[in-house]
Design a protein around this ligand. Structure first.
Ligand SMILES: Nc1nc2c(ncn2[C@@H]2O[C@H](COP(=O)(O)OP(=O)(O)OP(=O)(O)O)[C@@H](O)[C@H]2O)c(=O)[nH]1
Length: 788
């Protein structure tokens, strides 16, 4: 390859980099390198023999280094370069038309002068180029140690020393790249707005907007737009007086462009004009360069003073807010705007000023609630959940019960019957007493828990009518979590019982037991459809009692009643159908009255699960739910978890009557004050601020497996609350009766076994030991149990 070809093919970046690398390596030759060089020089001299005198030791060493100590390549190069060099090329001939001919052309192939086309542009003013301005090509300078011949790539098979040299080169490259990176980063840092560098007069870019305002700065004089006249802000670092002036890289010329109105000048690296540009404009190009902001102006910098003043006064919104605050005698005062402060700042401070804290706190009567409860002559209260397979007749049965007890009058039922008949669902008329949503009525299924109340001589009952459809199991869980006991409704008609047993009859039974319900009344329904067959009743009784016992219900807590919900047989009154004469037991209501509600945790800290949040004339935030534990009274401070917000009991109701206090087991409506509705959600827990419930994202529980359990994604349900989580590990398999550890760290728990598992939730929720939770996965209930 001739030298000029080499020059043309050369990658200048690589060559420069190599040169740089070499420079740094030369200074760092270790004793080992030096020894190798000495040995390599001796080898080369031996190989050259008598010709060795034609090259210097320095040339040998330089070649050895370049060829990674490859003796053969070094010898080849030295022979070609210094011992038997090729014939010298003809000297360059400068032609009159200004073209430079190659210096190193072989003599055998003389170069024809290139044809000039400049005469074609003679009549054009820019084509009349004076001789002194004609382009002169200058051969690029050869970098040191560049192009010694041979391959520039590293040898494929490297000796140890060659590898060492290659590694050194790589290290130097990396260091150079790192330095480049550091320099860029320094420049970027200088370009960004430095918070800490603001002085007191120069601070207030308010709130979250402050960090975004990079195109402008706030100064004592007001907002100053970022312009291109500040080299510091443009990332051009000004050298400190101590720093020596930096020389521009070779081939580049640094020119200072003075920008009008700026004290400093911006150093802009400007390359030499290209050959084409010089042909067109000549080398002495010296025209004024347009200002950068003219080419790419910053927005809003050219606004008239009137527009810049637009935000210095309160906005129309501010004025309205201020007027409202004044009219409502709020303490909120619109702060006088500081010069330069944005309208967003003002609105933020105004909104802060409009806090609800000004409402007077409700007064507490400081009652001894437990004493009041003991002294009260009120009836005992009980809640029961009605569960069972879809269409078993749960809602119809409760509608009939309410009608027969006089809670709902005949006229209302007739009206409902008329409406149901109009849409072809006349048989659902009684169910509509509870199913009041239009969607429930149109579909003929219960979707959410429907509550209603009735009283007997001794007890005030709350009905929790649960949906039977498998899609609404979470709602059924919510109902079961509030119940003292349960009514399991079974459809006795042919085939229905069997399909129900495979479906939600079984699942609901398991769930209510897992939720802590121990008393169960089994209403064998629709017996009118099987002619009040005692045989059918007994068949169902046998199968279901065996199944319920296996689920964990004690036989003494299970009662079977043959009923017809549609006709009201054996609900409130005994059946008058002669075919039903074989049943001599109690009615459903009698059995309900005989059922003892679970023991109330009256003395424990307050816990109330919120079932509903709504707005009433009494309060912006009214909540309903059952008190699981403890008590409360008007004026009490409450804590809402997980939001951690405080609220006060403005007033309260139990069974729709205004009262001063409520205790565990009662369903209450609380009208709250001093709380924003966004902090209160269905499923949240209201507790005593002095003994709050903790919010956890990891807990251990004793779980009864309904399906195979292993580390898997699950939804955790507690009452109305449900949260996504994961079974992290199974720590032990437990004996069902004694609770003793049977096996440690099992990989899997089979259905119907009890396991201790660790569950991790995606977020913190209010949970504590003793609470019952249900785990569901993929629309199936996989486990239920007790938090430890
Ligand atoms: N013959 C007869 N039909 C009944 C009886 N009880 C309910 N039905 C009918 O069964 C159908 C379903 O009744 P629902 O009360 O809606 O059943 P459900 O269990 O509440 O349904 P979901 O809540 O959606 O699960 C209706 O058409 C009722 O008329 C009964 O004792 N005898």
């Amino acid at each position: 390859m001739s030298r000029h070809q080499a020059v043309r093919n050369m990658d200048w970046h690589d060559a420069l980099d190599e040169d740089q690398a070499y420079d740094s390596q030369e200074d760092e030759l270790s004793a080992e390198d030096r020894a190798y060089l000495t040995q390599g020089t001796l080898d080369v001299q031996a190989a050259l023999g008598v010709e060795a005198s034609k090259v210097t030791v320095a040339q040998i060493e330089e070649s050895l280094w370049y060829y990674y100590f490859d003796t053969n390549k070094t010898v080849d190069y030295l022979v070609k370069k210094f011992i038997n060099p090729p014939q010298k090329a003809a000297p360059a001939v400068k032609k009159s038309d200004g073209y430079l001919l190659q210096k190193d052309c072989p003599a055998a192939a003389p170069i024809k002068p290139r044809q000039s086309f400049s005469h074609l542009f003679k009549d054009l003013p820019w084509g009349n180029i004076p001789k002194d301005r004609e382009t002169v090509f200058i051969a690029p300078q050869m970098p040191r140690m560049g192009l010694l011949g041979g391959s520039s790539s590293a040898p494929s098979k490297m000796s140890k020393l060659q590898q060492l040299a290659a590694a050194r080169k790589k290290k130097a490259d990396e260091r150079a790249a790192q330095e480049k990176f550091e320099e860029t980063r320094t420049q970027m840092t200088e370009l960004s707005v430095k918070e800490e560098s603001r002085t007191k007069e120069n601070i207030p870019i308010a709130g979250q907007f402050g960090k975004r305002l990079k195109t402008s700065e706030l100064t004592a004089e007001g907002r100053k737009p970022l312009t291109f006249d500040d080299p510091e802000r443009l990332g051009h670092r000004q050298p400190s007086p101590q720093e020596p002036p930096q020389s521009p890289p070779q081939g580049l010329e640094t020119k200072s462009i003075a920008v009008a109105g700026a004290e400093d000048t911006v150093a802009v690296e400007k390359a030499e004009p290209s050959a084409f540009a010089q042909t067109l404009f000549g080398p002495g190009l010296d025209r004024s360069i347009p200002k950068l902001q003219d080419l790419s102006p910053m927005p809003y910098t050219g606004l008239p003073p009137s527009a810049l003043e637009a935000f210095s006064k309160p906005s129309p919104d501010d004025v309205v807010l201020a007027a409202q605050a004044k009219a409502g005698k709020k303490t909120a005062v619109v702060q006088p705007k500081k010069k330069g402060a944005s309208s967003a700042d003002a609105v933020t401070s105004d909104i802060k000023g409009l806090k609800l804290e000004d409402a007077p706190l409700p007064k507490s009567r400081n009652l001894d609630v437990l004493l009041e409860f003991e002294n009260s002559k009120s009836k005992k209260t009980a809640s029961f959940v009605v569960v069972g397979h879809v269409d078993a007749g749960k809602s119809t049965m409760m509608g009939r019960l309410l009608l027969d007890l006089g809670v709902v009058d005949q006229r209302t039922v007739d009206k409902l019957r008329q409406e149901a008949t109009n849409i072809g669902k006349s048989s659902f008329a009684l169910a509509w007493v509870l199913d009041q949503r239009s969607e429930e009525r149109a579909r003929g299924v219960t979707i959410d828990i429907a509550t209603n109340r009735f009283e007997t001589d001794t007890t005030a009952f709350t009905i929790l009518d649960a949906p039977g459809h498998r899609d609404f199991i979470p709602n059924m869980i919510a109902g079961a979590s509030q119940a003292d006991f349960a009514i399991l409704v079974i459809d006795a008609s042919t085939g229905a019982f069997e399909s129900g047993l495979k479906g939600q009859t079984r699942e609901h039974s398991l769930l209510i037991r897992s939720m802590g319900v121990s008393r169960i009344l089994v209403a064998v329904n629709k017996l009118d459809m099987v002619g009040w067959s005692q045989e059918r009743f007994d068949e169902i009784k046998n199968q279901v009692s065996g199944f319920l016992s296996a689920t964990g219900f004690q036989v003494k807590n299970i009662t079977f009643i043959p009923v017809s919900g549609l006709h009201g047989d054996n609900l409130v009154r005994k059946s008058t159908d002669p075919a039903a004469a074989w049943y001599t037991g109690a009615t459903l209501v009698d059995e309900l009255e005989n059922s003892e509600p679970s023991v109330r945790a009256l003395a424990k800290p307050l816990r109330m699960t919120i079932s509903e949040v709504f707005r009433t004339p009494q309060s912006q935030v009214s909540v309903s739910g059952r008190l699981d534990a403890g008590s409360l009274q008007m004026g009490d401070a409450l804590l809402i978890q997980p939001s951690g917000e405080k609220a006060y009991v403005k007033s309260l109701q139990v069974d729709e009557a205004p009262v001063d206090w409520a205790v565990a087991g009662q369903n209450a409506v609380l009208h709250l004050s001093n709380i924003d509705p966004i902090h209160v959600r269905v499923g949240d827990i209201i507790c005593d601020p002095t003994k709050p419930i903790q919010c956890l994202d990891t807990f251990s529980m004793k779980a009864l497996a309904f399906e195979f359990l292993m580390p898997m994604q699950v939804d955790v349900h507690r009452g109305r609350m449900h949260a996504a989580g994961r079974i992290e590990e199974l720590t032990a398999l437990l004996d069902k009766v004694t609770g003793a550890v049977v096996k440690k760290k099992p990989k899997i728990a089979k259905p119907a076994t009890v396991a201790r598992i660790v569950v991790k939730l995606g977020s913190k929720v209010p949970l504590e030991a003793g609470q019952r939770v249900v785990l569901r996965s993929g629309g199936e209930t996989v486990a239920a149990g007790l938090l430890e």
